[in-house]
Write a protein that binds this ligand. Structure first.
Ligand SMILES: NC(=O)c1ccc[n+]([C@@H]2O[C@H](COP(=O)([O-])OP(=O)(O)OC[C@H]3O[C@@H](n4cnc5c(N)ncnc54)[C@H](OP(=O)(O)O)[C@@H]3O)[C@@H](O)[C@H]2O)c1
Length: 318
């Protein structure tokens, strides 16, 4: 019997990379994961999983990570920060560096965790850096076959960014962060991990970036989210519009604090992302290329993550 295929993975101490690691291990892949010793998440020991200490800035660690790997799944990324340089260093230059390493080591396949934000690079330094990462991968990949996935907002157990929003919903208040007519797609984290596993197994669509969502064409409005939560919680969820001016003031304060080394999530760029009216995406090309099907819609995801609606999920209560 041959050895199990080795998947080199980055970002495994994070929300999405952690879910990807668990999924790949469950499916019997061997996972070799990069971790920064400074990470606030401890690298957990599991059968089939080995950890390589280092970062995207560490050429020797990257060489060890990719040596002999059958595929590379690159989920590490900067999601908070104040300036373009913070995002570019990781999301663009980091991708260029690891893609060049993978090409030099003849890693056959590379999956980049990009973002739907890459569709609108003019909105923010984060969005621009995610688009730049896709361009860098295409340039550096050489003979490595690649795809980039562009998920919309991803949520589920272990998420740190949307947790606060869901906590408010659990208390009966939904802060409406963009215009009332805004629409957005969503994706449950396990479905994203399944998409990664599906591409590793089946291949398809090489050389392209793909949008992914939870199977709901046309996405959600804020009213849809409020009604879905309301049905599960059995209580009214009131929508509370958050004025753009308030978001901008909070973002400006965060930016001022960033000189102390603090890495803010809410920045002027993030406000422009939040206020963007159309974050709806299209699943069809990736489904057709790989056969992947999302399984978890909003209500089931809220049940699993928060235990709303009577079923206790693996996550924290809201
Ligand atoms: N969450 C979403 O809704 C969402 C939506 C679309 C796309 N994405 C993309 O998905 C990816 C993962 O996001 P996430 O939500 O899982 O973020 P996360 O929880 O903050 O995880 C980020 C991961 O990247 C690692 N990392 C950051 N900089 C690194 C560096 N210089 N060298 C090595 N590792 C580094 C972090 O390591 P440490 O533990 O050491 O910090 C962590 O493992 C990102 O590329 C993001 O752009 C996320």
């Amino acid at each position: 019997m041959g050895r199990s295929p080795i998947i080199a993975l980055t970002g495994a101490t994070g929300f999405i990379g952690g879910a990807v690691a668990r999924r790949l291990l469950r499916e019997g892949w061997e996972v070799r994961a990069l971790y920064r010793p400074s990470s606030r998440s401890n690298p957990v020991a599991r059968a089939g999983l080995s950890w390589i200490p280092g970062s995207l800035e560490d050429a020797e660690a990257l060489a060890r990570l990719v040596a002999g790997a059958d595929a590379l799944v690159h989920c590490a990324g900067a999601v908070r920060g104040a300036g373009r340089d913070v995002f570019d260093r990781v999301n663009a230059e980091g991708v260029a560096r690891i893609a060049a390493r993978a090409a030099a080591a003849r890693v056959p396949r590379f999956l980049l965790m990009s973002s739907l934000a890459a569709r609108e690079p003019q909105l923010s330094p984060y969005a621009a850096s995610k688009r730049a990462g896709e361009v860098a991968l295409a340039r550096a990949a050489g003979a490595t076959a690649w795809v980039a996935l562009r998920p919309p907002a991803v949520y589920g157990p272990g998420d740190r960014e949307l947790r606060a929003l869901f906590r408010w919903i659990g208390r009966g208040l939904l802060p409406v962060l963009s215009g009332a007519a805004a629409r957005f797609s969503l994706l449950y984290v396990d479905d994203l991990a399944a998409a990664v596993a599906c591409w590793l197994r089946e291949g398809g669509g090489e050389g392209h970036a793909f949008e992914l969502h939870d199977g709901r064409p046309g996405g959600y409005s804020w009213a849809d989210v409020a009604h879905g939560a309301q049905d599960l919680l059995g209580r009214r969820v009131r929508r509370v519009p958050v004025p753009e001016a308030a978001l901008k003031v909070a973002a400006a304060l965060n930016l001022a604090l960033a000189v102390t080394g603090y890495r803010p999530m809410l920045t002027p760029g993030k406000v422009r992302e939040l206020r963007h009216p159309d974050w709806v995406c299209d699943n069809a090309p990736f489904r057709e290329a790989t056969g992947w099907r999302p399984e978890v819609g909003l209500e089931e995801a809220l049940r699993r993550t928060f235990g709303w609606g009577g079923r206790s999920g693996p996550g924290r209560g809201a």
